[in-house]
Design a protein around this ligand. Structure first.
Ligand code: DGI
Ligand code: FE
Ligand code: FE
Ligand code: FE
Length: 187
């Protein structure tokens, strides 16, 4: 799957606004990959495909999780996290992407996880800080991302957990595990 094919596949699957977000995530991912010595080709491919499943019906995603034996706990933490895990599965199955690093970057782009690879980190972070985003506290994350990949991931995870707790939404355990990785270092 080359970039042209990947862009064509997501253009078909996504709404215009989400497709434009995808282009910005891809450009942000490239900047981060250059800065932090990550394979640019793999990082860009993961970024292009990261929201591939964003508009699949929730019922279809839940069915896929059950039928394909994806982690069952995914069903208990809100529908927003499903597209990342199911997306990695569909990208492998429907688009024949077989690079495990690329698939993991798609799979963990929403929740993060403990011991992320730098490829996973740049896609996770680019999705959070791409120029179209405006979350509370994002400037601090963008500033950290200029020099310190782990610090920026830490701040993004902290903000996401704070946001979810404020809204009384459940937090996926791997999100806490990702946060804990860095909380030790940046306390
Ligand atoms: O798909 P995008 O909108 O580009 O961004 P995303 O894949 O990072 O999804 C963001 C959403 O996911 C946002 O509503 C917060 C939610 N989210 C992120 N981590 C967790 C989470 N939701 C739950 N329940 N648990 C998490 O750990
Ligand atoms: Fe997403
Ligand atoms: Fe995100
Ligand atoms: Fe996204």
């Amino acid at each position: 799957m080359n970039e042209e094919q990947a862009f064509a596949a997501v253009k078909k699957s996504l709404k215009k606004r989400r497709y434009e977000h995808t282009i910005r995530v891809t450009e942000e991912t490239e900047r981060l990959a250059q800065r932090f010595n990550v394979n640019v080709e793999k990082a860009r491919l993961a970024a292009i495909l990261h929201d591939y499943a964003k508009y699949r019906p929730v019922e279809e995603m839940r069915k896929t999780i059950k039928e394909e034996n994806l982690p069952g706990n995914l069903l208990n933490f809100g529908d927003e996290i499903l597209h990342a895990f199911v997306g990695a599965f569909y990208v492998a199955k429907e688009l024949n992407v077989d690079d495990l690093g690329v698939l993991d970057a798609i799979r963990y782009h929403t929740t993060g996880r403990a011991n992320m690879s730098n490829l996973e980190k740049v896609v996770f972070l680019a999705d959070y800080i791409e120029p179209g985003r405006s979350f509370a506290g994002i400037d601090e994350v963008r500033l950290a991302a200029e020099t310190n990949l782990d610090k920026a991931c830490f701040l993004a995870l902290r903000n996401t957990i704070n946001f979810l707790v404020l809204k009384q939404q459940p937090v996926y355990p791997e999100t806490f595990e990702a946060y804990n990785d860095y909380a030790i270092v940046f306390k």
